[in-house]
Design a protein around this ligand. Sequence first.
Ligand code: PGA
Length: 251
Amino acid sequence: MRKNIVAGNWKMNTTLDEGVELANEINAKVKETAHNCDVIICVPFTHLTSVNAMIEPDVVALGAENCSEHDKGAYTGEVSAAMVKSTGATHVILGHSERRQYFGENNEQLLAKTRQALANGLTPIFCVGEVLEDRENGSYNDVVQAQVEALFQLSKEDFEKLIIAYEPVWAIGTGKTATAEQAQDMHAHIRKVIAEKYGKETADSTSILYGGSCKPENARELFSKPDVDGGLIGGAALKADSFLGIIEAFN
Ligand code: PGA
């Protein structure tokens, strides 16, 4: 069956020293705390190697926050999936709404990035989510469905390697969390869409995380929903105590 997962997304926060210290603290706390989920921290590219040296892979897994859709070559400033993999990272966030919104990442590019990640043995944490306008005009299920369907060119075997994160854009960093019912409804919709394409077994084994102002105070209720398999955590992942509080919501 699918795994429970709590993943941190540090975004563009922490200097290298601060990041290494935070990773160290998270690793120590996760190790000494009973928990019923996998823990991943996704950190800036510059921190990957140092953070990897600091954490124990069976305690906390490491991910990047993006990778290039290209293999290698003349793409100044880009970081390839192979480079990410070579740091010891095992995961990569793709399609975060901030990348879609501020860097114009589209479905075609995101499919290429996903293929790059998979070809290099990285597990994509693929983000989908509607903006406030979609929520208000009622098109949210269709919008998110289209984002998921952008991956339907993948083989079943490849699709089964993905983690999906549903992050309503209006809930990210706003303090305005989706209700547990809103999250459950969307997660069930995503699972149904996956089942229609790849079959029930694949849908049932895909971890679907919720993201958007998830914190220790609301994590337990969100994670209690049958189709919510954990969280992708931004702000609350930047302090070891609040991140741990969310991890402990699975206990
Ligand atoms: P947030 O961010 O927890 O700060 O809302 C979540 C995310 O963007 O992954």
